[in-house]
Design a binder for this molecule. Sequence first.
Ligand code: ADP
Ligand code: MG
Length: 691
Amino acid sequence: MLDNKLASISVDQLKGVGPALRDKLAKLNINNVQDLLFHFPLRYQDRSRLTPIGACFLGQEVLVEGEIRQVDVSFGKRRSLMVRLQDDTGVINLRFFHFSGAQKTMLENNQRLRAFGEIRRGLHGYEMVHPEYDVDQPSKPLGPVKPTLTPIYPSTDGLHQASWRKLCQQALICLARTQVTDLLPDSAPQAQISLTEAVRYLHEAPFNADVQALREGTHPAQQRLALEELTAHQVSMLLRKAQFKHQPGVAIPDNGGLVNELLKRLPFSLTRAQQRVMHDIELDLASGQPMHRLIQGDVGSGKTIVAALSALYAIANGFQVAIMAPTEILAEQHLEAFSEWLEPLGIHIGWLTGSSRVKHRREVLEGLANNSIQLLIGTHALFQESVDFAKLGLVVIDEQHRFGVHQRLALREKGKDIQPHQLIMTATPIPRTLAMSSYADLDISVIDELPAGRIPINTVLIDNARRDQVIARVAGACDAGKQAYWVCTLIEESEALQCQAAEDCANQLQMLLPNTRIGLVHGRMKADEKSIVMDAFKRAEIDLLVATTVIEVGVNVPNASLMIIENPERLGLAQLHQLRGRVGRGSEASHCVLMYQDPLSLNGKQRLKIMRETTNGFIIAEEDLKLRGPGEFMGTRQTGVAQMKVADLGRDAHLFDDARQLAELLIKKAPDKAEALVQRWLAGADRYADA
Ligand code: ADP
Ligand code: MG
């Protein structure tokens, strides 16, 4: 049995904790003393020394002490209680808008007090509004100033900082009699500070602590805890991965020659990166355990053919395959590619989207149930409950970040008692730290090579004021038989406004360029309206396609070699990279014009500069993560990045490798400690989105 004393002392046993407070704490997943000790301060206030009243500055938070000179109720604009406090160096007013008679009497009947608050300018010199204060009473003298920084705890409604401090003080008394159980294996890197010391330090940081380091989270105490927290997260992810692997899966041992058949027919050969990824997938499929693999490959790296080859494995073994894309445009594009590749091999493909007609839908459902459809392509319509497969063996999800977690889970269920293999494909390069934190429950393969012969896209930044020149350039390109995209972006949340803006833009361009054939796609158009326009663009019957960011993912029109993006500063780099990836797909040199609105913020400038300097999605993703933080990077919910208490994905990247190794070791050698570690850091909260 693991000895974890602090976790066995319930908060009930602390002074001042009744049922109401206990329930409040339980909502924050704080049930025992260990939980309290791992509820760390957000920041600190320095009340460790007295400031002479005459030396206070406006805006400073200070602790002052002096004689109570006067206690008055003043009737200005608002009634308030004014206390004049004086020391050898000066006078200051303490002002209370909410006060009781008892409070007034008590202030009148005493001589000295000590107050902490922010210095503001009042009508009669400096003042503090509603300072925290203690009165010097015979029964409760002020005593010496505490030589520690005052912690400010993350809190919730109706729980005051004073309560937190009292609770944590009691928890620290418990800690004085014992130790925080060290759960990391002995091979953990030698820390400058023990776990128990680290915990104590954060609750009772001394007055001379390196406040800067504490604020940045780089203090050895925080780093010690960050390593442990990251390890706990790794343990939790790895356990989940193992759990998934232990579900019954299907073995798909052989491709029955179909794979070679397709490879022979392709006009190209696989890149080395594609071959490597195929090898990973082959091993997964043959293993008999459910595959759960994420394929990362930059736009244009050739993920689709990898999906098609994987599908052939399943089909050759008599299993069905579902392929899901986030939009109808993309699903249709897949339908085209897969039909071209697989139908010559005698494979039956079904097609299902939200806009499928009833009759068509019924036929597809029948085909799936009697196993005559071997491959189903579609959008999230595939998740609907009425869709039942006879023998689903593989699910491919394209452009994973567009799909919600629940949709993925729903599709897993389609496998009934066996888990179909899952292949998830994303064109969003995931920085290593994010991959190691939020995707640690998946196996990851990377296609880190583009097919030969691609010409890098040339990106330029142009001020919006030179719009005329940009329009002339578009006209020139279209006259020369090339095609172009014009992407409108708008900050407004409202899709309606975005679409309106795109429409206005298209009209305006049409007026200026009467000889150019201009098309428009936006998110409010019906699926079939969109595909009519997209088809026309693919067939080069449209020269210039004006679009909102709906064209972001996957659309493939190799003859389009120019892209204008309006107000690129409004988009994330990853998104810009996706957009830009629509060009540079043919044999012509391609150009991307980022037409920004002056003035750009410094951060905006830096970000657009990165876009100009590189087309490497991984570099762009790393930079985007640095400049925007993990939450913004992909939308916190989608990353599944849990709220961490101490660790920070960006700052603590250097701890990841150790955390991973420690987690693996713990799971293997000390499963009880692994469990206790997860309990300590992640108790109660299933804070990961199950991505
Ligand atoms: P993405 O990874 O963005 O989904 P696609 O699968 O759409 O990329 O591939 C982009 C284009 O490159 C397609 O036209 C595809 O047929 C082609 N392609 C894929 N693999 C190769 C390869 N090894 N050599 C040459 N072209 C390839
Ligand atoms: Mg794709």
